[in-house]
Design a protein around this ligand. Sequence first.
Ligand SMILES: Nc1ncnc2c1ncn2[C@@H]1O[C@H](COP(=O)(O)OP(=O)(O)OP(=O)(O)O)[C@@H](O)[C@H]1O
Ligand code: SF4
Ligand SMILES: [Mg+2]
Length: 330
Amino acid sequence: MTNSRAYALEATGIERRFALPQDKLFAPKRFLHAVDGIDVRVREGETLGVVGESGCGKSTLGRVLIGLDKADAGTIAWGGSPAAAHTGAVQAVFQDPSSALNPRRSVGDSIAEALPKLSQRARNDRVAELMGLVDLDEQLMHRYPHELSGGQQQRVCIARAIASDPTLILLDEAVSSLDASLQMQVIELLRELQERTGAAFIFISHDLRAVRGVSDWIAVMYLGQIVELAPADEFDDQLRHPYSVALRSAEPSIPGDPFVAERIILEGDPPSAVDLPVGCRFASRCPVAQKRCFEEAPPLESDDAGRAIRCHFPGSLQLTRRHEKESQQP
Ligand SMILES: Nc1ncnc2c1ncn2[C@@H]1O[C@H](COP(=O)(O)OP(=O)(O)OP(=O)(O)O)[C@@H](O)[C@H]1O
Ligand code: SF4
Ligand SMILES: [Mg+2]
């Protein structure tokens, strides 16, 4: 089946590196390669999830993709235009709602920040409508952030983000500070909002379960690169990159979930993003690495459907299903 929706975001060859402080005046400059050659495309009305360990470059990529930070290389177009990020068409919601909201600004004023100039009455009507969309009681319009719970504050941030009818919203760890049941509620809310508004989402999280709950496609990142890009439903058991398989195996099971994978423990830490290895960046931790992996970097290979993988030996590490009862035995 072909997908005829337009792209809300198309980015190619994105690189972002940070210069390290120089210890000696004439020493050669050294760089930390936070994002190292990433291509992403997100269609209108779809969610691209981005998952990977802390420090792999998710937030740096997100900031560059919405124009909050400048790439050192690569091209980005939002809805076909290289300028849309500066028109309110691109918005973001971050992890900590209390620091994202001005403590001296009421809920109504915070949400209205992104609205065009309107009469007081029209403004209040629009704010009340937006509050309704995120399930916030409009009575809270005149309250201040410290009078709200974390979940309510995050709904205010989401209402503010959708106020300008954006075509793309970055959600960077947007549910990570909420408890599990609130996370599910906010994820459900995001899905509904997406259906209503047709906005595209980039949903960043270190938590694969949350990413799987909300995404159409998922990009797995490792040390500044995408190592696997796959439709979210393949994340049950059709993953082919050893790192994705290890991440999936570590996902906690929920009661009644028939799929319980034997956990694959990864030893050690990722290599330095300053002195990158010659071969596969995952080789030092990969349970199925071979000699070639340490000598030759695997390219990201894509098929016609857009599924992509970066591995010399894809599929050589498999998830082992276990019956839930067995998994609970000491
Ligand atoms: N402004 C900066 N200056 C220097 N290094 C930076 C800067 N921002 C990020 N980095 C480095 O870039 C790498 C990627 O950081 P980033 O915040 O993008 O990771 P992340 O995947 O979002 O991690 P987390 O899951 O912890 O949020 C890290 O090594 C980080 O230390
Ligand atoms: S290329 Fe080799 S080391 Fe890298 S993920 Fe594949 S099997 Fe593992
Ligand atoms: Mg981050």
